[in-house]
Design a protein around this ligand. Structure first.
Ligand SMILES: *Cc1c(COP(=O)(O)O)cnc(C)c1O
Length: 416
């Protein structure tokens, strides 16, 4: 009775179809129990963790493998949760057939290692993400691919690094943590006519700020782990290519090396992305306000934000990113390590953690994390000191966050 009433009230069937009746249920727990039909109207994205997919017949399997019919065979090759996530990022980047990978570094590996061969040469930005730098300086040379690092804010420096055998250029639009803006258009003008593959890591900037394919990129990479997924609970990457041959080469390479992603991580990331635009816009507005508030506080020697007039690449940031100058702010305080320790301790509500793009603000200290491998002189050459901090601004109320930063900076100035 009650069930019938509820069914009438909501206009639904009384029970899901196709759950097995007791007399037809498998007599062993080994056999799969069928999934209730009717779930296709569920509002939430289903999570499909299956490793393997059965086919109707050898002919049907042929059709799937040959791309004549949709379908999945084995999760390392493809699975629905990766497809859904890839389609979501494809739409943002204006890409087709993007590939979701098990991490941002897996995407970098698919692009670099999946497309080059021994004897090729690759040029990289000199301030790439640490692990990408390592791939350039250690792994590619070990496999017979020579590499050169050059300053991507200066197209002439990139041009000087090119060789007849240069196969690819890898750059990030905004560098970590000094937030310099690459001359993407200038570099694309070098790469295009020479047939060099231009690979752009768009993690910091995201397609909200720039769509590198529109600026001549051949391949776009993301650490989905960061702003896109946004909740620091999934490690994932994405790589898309303009050229179908690149796409296919990376897909095959990623499948062979097992660079592909877990369904659960994809499910989490796709869920996180529902709020991506809102998070991005809110964090960016707060980042701008934070940069302005930091400037002029006691002991603050420098504030770096691409949306400020005192940024060295201000004009290029405006041309490439418009008003979308991001959620990252870097600043430097006086007083060396004691002041740095005092700041982190005083900012106790703000996570001191070497990541970015989380829904909440995180604070990182390059000298002891991302740039700890460099000597103090090497860091100084980049303009980094013991007092340098990088902030990944989250979506907290701006007044709360700005007040906490101001108090922490004043505590550091008193300690330094
Ligand atoms: C974090 C990051 C990566 C690597 O991504 P993972 O998901 O951590 O493997 C690559 N590039 C940039 C710019 C990053 O910030």
């Amino acid at each position: 009775m009650a069930q019938g009433f509820i069914a009438r009230l909501f206009g639904r069937r009384e029970a899901p179809r196709a759950l097995p009746r007791p007399d037809t249920a498998p007599r062993t727990t080994v056999r799969r129990t069928p999934w209730p039909e009717g779930t296709e109207r569920a509002l939430g994205t289903p999570l499909q963790p299956s490793v393997v997919y059965g086919a109707e017949s050898p002919d049907a399997l042929d059709a799937i493998y040959e791309g004549r019919a949709p379908g999945y065979t084995y999760a390392r090759e493809a699975h629905p949760n990766a497809s859904v996530l890839a389609a979501k990022i494809d739409a943002l980047e204006g890409a087709t057939g993007g590939l979701v990978t098990g991490s941002g570094m897996a995407a970098v590996a698919a692009a670099l290692l999946g497309l080059v061969r021994a004897g090729d040469h690759v040029v990289g930005g000199d301030q790439l993400y640490g692990r990408s730098l390592r791939m350039m300086t250690d792994d590619l040379p070990r496999l017979g691919v020579e590499t050169t690092l050059a300053d991507p804010t200066d197209a002439a420096a990139i041009e000087a690094a090119l060789r007849p055998e240069t196969r690819a250029i890898l750059i990030e639009v905004v560098s970590n943590p000094t937030l310099r803006v690459a001359d993407l258009d200038g570099i694309a003008r070098l790469a295009g006519p020479r047939g060099i593959t231009l690979i752009v890591d768009n993690t910091f900037t995201t397609p909200r700020a720039i769509r590198p394919f529109r600026h001549g990129a051949d391949i776009v990479i993301h650490s989905v782990t960061k702003l896109l997924a946004g909740h620091s609970d999934a490690t994932l990457g994405y790589v898309a290519a303009k050229d179908p041959a690149h796409r296919e080469a990376m897909r095959v390479f990623a499948t062979t090396l097992g660079l592909t992603a877990s369904p659960f991580d994809c499910w989490l990331a796709e869920r996180g992305m529902h709020s991506f635009e809102l998070r991005y816009d809110r964090a960016e507005a707060t980042a701008r306000a934070l940069a302005d508030r930091l400037d002029g506080l006691p002991g603050v020697e420098r504030v770096i934000y691409p949306g400020r007039d005192d940024h060295p690449d201000r004009a290029r940031a405006a041309a490439l990113l418009g008003a979308r100058t991001g959620n990252m702010v870097t600043f430097q305080i006086a007083g060396g390590r004691p002041a740095a320790n005092a700041l982190v301790r005083a900012a106790e509500r703000i996570a001191f953690a070497p990541t970015l793009g989380d829904v909440a603000t995180t604070l990182s200290h390059p000298a002891t994390s991302s740039h700890r491998g460099l000597s103090p002189e090497g860091r100084a050459a980049l303009g980094l000191s013991e007092g340098s901090f990088r902030v990944s601004v989250g979506v907290e109320p701006a007044d709360l966050l700005l007040g906490e930063f101001e108090a922490a900076i004043r505590a550091a100035a008193a300690a330094g």
